[in-house]
Structure formats: structure tokens, C-alpha cells
Design a protein around this ligand. Sequence first.
Ligand code: ZN
Length: 284
Amino acid sequence: MAKVRFGPAGLPVFPFEGGTPEAMAYLRDEGLDAMEVEFVRGVKMRADTAGRAGSEAERNGISLSCHAPYWINCAAKEPAKLKNTVRNLMETARAADALGAKVVVFHPAYYLGRPGGEVMEITLRTLREVEERMAQEGIRGVVLGPETGGKTTQLGGLEETIELASALSRAQPVVDFAHLHARGNGWIKGKAQYAEIFEKLEKGLGRKAVESFHSHFSEIEFGEYGERNHAALGSLPKHSPDFRPLAEVLVENGYSGTVVCETPMLDMDSRKMRRIYEEAGKRA
Ligand SMILES: [Zn+2]
């Protein structure tokens, strides 16, 4: 049976107080069942906190993922930056392992004026090294999740993340709908574009890609070069992109996976998304 999980990118907003372990029961009480743990400014969680958060997540039926630091660039020009990228991905993978999280989300690379093919090659080399290290350390339940990027200066088109996932042995694309929308200068108009995304995933990676997809959703402001700001659900004069047609595509095709809410309203907007999804289910 199709199941879509919903939850915030990071700790719930006010009035929640507490840390990652305490968030799990709170999210369950809100009717949510996922959370992305944010390591975007570095992996600083203590091992005992991670262990406690992991068992709380399991007890409350919350499925976890982790977001690696923002400054990662798998095709950095300087060797020191490449080394840092591998180190940061490994730190996030270890934390994910301790938390019982599956997907390690990251923005794969920046072109820095180079051709896409060259950047893809360097990115793959870097990620193969990370896969090897994960295997050496016995990290088996974790997969690498290259995310679609909101800026045209980033390697991170849908096709590129599919290519990365199919060339690697432990990877799955992370679809950030707002980023694809911004990257394509307001590309998502309705159901047709959402459907196209899932069709491409299935064609490129098989049915499993749409039965355990991982995604981010937010409304967004964008300009000539793509993403500018994330915005709350229904906050823009013109919803952009609109979550409702996505809910319909998910319901009508029986896709399963996770939608992480990246709006400033985090868990509050996750609950709205869940409600819209459930209403679409009743209409179908
Ligand atoms: Zn995202």
C-alpha cells in the first residue's frame, strides 16, 4: 500500500522546546512520521544524543534522514576542499548510521565555469571514494542522496542526479521540487510537470525509485539564476510551486516515499501538506 511520510527539515517550530531526541514524540503527536536532521552547518551531534534520537525515532515511528553541510562540493578545484567534502560526507554518514537514518542529503557540486561532463566525472570519483569508505567502516544502511539544485551554477538537474544514482552503488536522487521549479525559471505549472519528474525517476532507476522516493518541498522565490528564498505554504500571491497537484500525482500513481518540508513553517506546513494529501486521497 502506498505510503507517503511527512515531516520537517529540522526541529519543529515554536512552541516546541528541546533537542532532536525530544522532537520524535512531539512529531508523532502532530501526526507526522519523518524528520530530516540538519547538519548543514557541520556535524556536531554527540554520539549518545544520536543514539537516543534514533531509539526515540523508532519508538515513535519517525523515519529519519540527514542533511550534510552546505559547503560540500564534490568537484571542488582545490584538493583541500575535496578532502573536506569527503570528510563531511563521512561525518554525516556516521551520524546517519548512529541515528538509524537512511538518506544522507547533499548538494553535489558547482560547475565553476567548467563543462557539465567534466564536473560529473570528478563528482562521481569523489562519491565512489565515499562509498568505499562507508563500506570499509561497515556503514550499510545509509545511502547517498544527491539533491536537485536550485541554482543553474550547481550540478543538480534531475537528469544529473539520476545519472549519479545509477552510476553509484549506494545512492538515490533527492528531488527538491522547489529547486527544480526555480532552476527551470518557474517550470512547475501543475500535474504534468510533477508527473514528468516521477516518470523520469522510474524510467532511469526502476519502480523502486518511486516506491521509496525522498523529496523536499517548499514554495520559493526565484530570479534569473534560480533560487532566492524559501517561502511558507500558500504565502506567495501566486503559489509557486503549488503542492496540491503534487498530492494528486502521489495519490493517483500510488507513489511511496518521504516529503520533507523546507518552508520556514517546518512542522506546521508538514501538517498542512499531510492534510492536502489525505484530502486528495479521499477524492480519488
Ligand atoms: Zn532541499
